[in-house]
Design a binder for this molecule. Structure first.
Ligand code: CUA
Length: 350
């Protein structure tokens, strides 16, 4: 082949590699579920381990490729060349190429096993948060504070919180890649996951085990707040809901909530008259007290990017299974007016 043709091919390949590299960079900048940006000590530990293994593997790869090229070129068949010296049965060489890989594997194994043990379980003194998987949303409870919320795990930044996780139905898996690796939520068992963020921030999470029709729509957020903000959040969540004043649109919405079947599944903690609404356990939907304090709902799927809360709520209340296939929240055939009233009621429940 002519030299210029070969150069052309090499340049084309280089160009393609650069192009693909650019794509992956764009993706990393925008991806909410990336594990390349650890934001807490546990995720950083995993990231460090990954890069250590990656660098060793890259070194081995480079060595093998260079050796291969040198050997192929140097010992290629040339006219009149003698057969190269055969090495079969060279004990010293065989010891060398057994011992070196064994040392490399040991170098990888020690920090790997140590990390696995260090990242298992929680510090017994850390704050407990119970995370229960449901098809298809995450229930978040704070037993020490009497808080029952959904889809948004609120933690204080700079401290370890312990997720005690279980499932109400099938296997789920909680994965907030900026903060930790994946861990299963198993029916009838408790698994622990330590969750810590260095700084305040919002981190995306996703169910990482196929759990039925709307598995892909089972998301969550971790919201790390400065410790003082976390305390304020706790105190606000501990307050009972304030009932809307009679005759207002929010009151009309509350009537829809109570009379149209919502309370079959959703609790609403109210002080005084009317008392707490706590449905039978059989159909457990998210506790809607302080619903408006959560920035996402419906398994953290809504509102979609760029959509207003009101539009998202309207879509959801009109026909939940059309948003989330298989949803246990049925289409209650609410009228447009009932939906408007419900939205006002829900959006006032801060
Ligand atoms: Cu829960 Cu997938």
């Amino acid at each position: 082949m002519a030299k210029s043709g070969r150069l052309g091919r090499v340049l084309t390949l280089l160009g393609l590699a650069l192009l693909l590299g650019a794509c992956s960079l764009v993706e990393i900048e925008d991806a909410a579920l990336t594990s390349w940006k650890p934001a807490g000590p546990n995720a950083e530990r995993i990231d460090d381990l990954f890069w250590m293994v990656f660098n060793i593997a890259a070194g081995v790869f480079a060595f093998v490729v260079v050796a291969l090229i040198v050997i192929v070129v140097r010992f290629r068949d040339r006219s009149g060349a003698k057969e190269p010296k055969q090495l079969h049965g060279n004990a010293r060489l065989e010891v060398v190429w057994t011992v070196i890989p064994a040392l490399i594997l040991a170098t990888i194994a020690v920090p790997t096993v140590q990390s696995v043990f260090d990242l298992t379980g929680c510090d017994p003194d850390s704050m407990r948060i119970q995370l229960t998987g449901h098809q298809w949303w995450f229930e978040v409870q704070y037993p020490d504070y009497g808080i029952d919320t959904a889809n948004v795990v609120v933690i204080p930044a700079g401290e370890e919180a312990c997720l005690e996780m279980t499932s109400d139905d099938v296997l789920h898996n909680f994965w907030a890649p900026a903060l930790h690796g994946k861990r299963y939520l198993v029916p009838g068992q408790f698994t622990e996951l330590r969750l810590e963020s260095y700084e305040p921030g919002e981190f995306w999470a996703h169910c990482a085990e196929y759990c039925g029709l709307s598995h892909s729509l089972m998301r969550a957020r971790v919201l790390a707040l400065a410790p003082a903000d976390f305390q304020a959040w706790v105190e606000a969540q501990q307050q009972p809901a304030v009932l809307p004043a009679e005759g207002t649109q929010a009151w009309e919405g509350y009537q829809v909530f109570v009379n149209k079947g919502c309370t079959q599944c959703h609790s609403y903690r109210v002080d005084g008259e009317g008392g707490n609404i706590v449905p039978a356990d059989a159909f457990n939907g998210p506790d809607l007290t302080h619903f408006a304090s959560r920035n996402v709902f419906a398994g953290a799927v809504l509102p979609e990017y760029g959509e207003s809360r009101e539009d998202a709520l309207r879509r959801w209340l009109a026909d939940p299974p059309s948003v989330k296939p298989g949803s246990y929240m049925p289409n209650l055939a609410l009228t447009a007016e009932e939906i408007d009233n419900l939205i006002v009621f829900l959006e006032e429940s801060r």
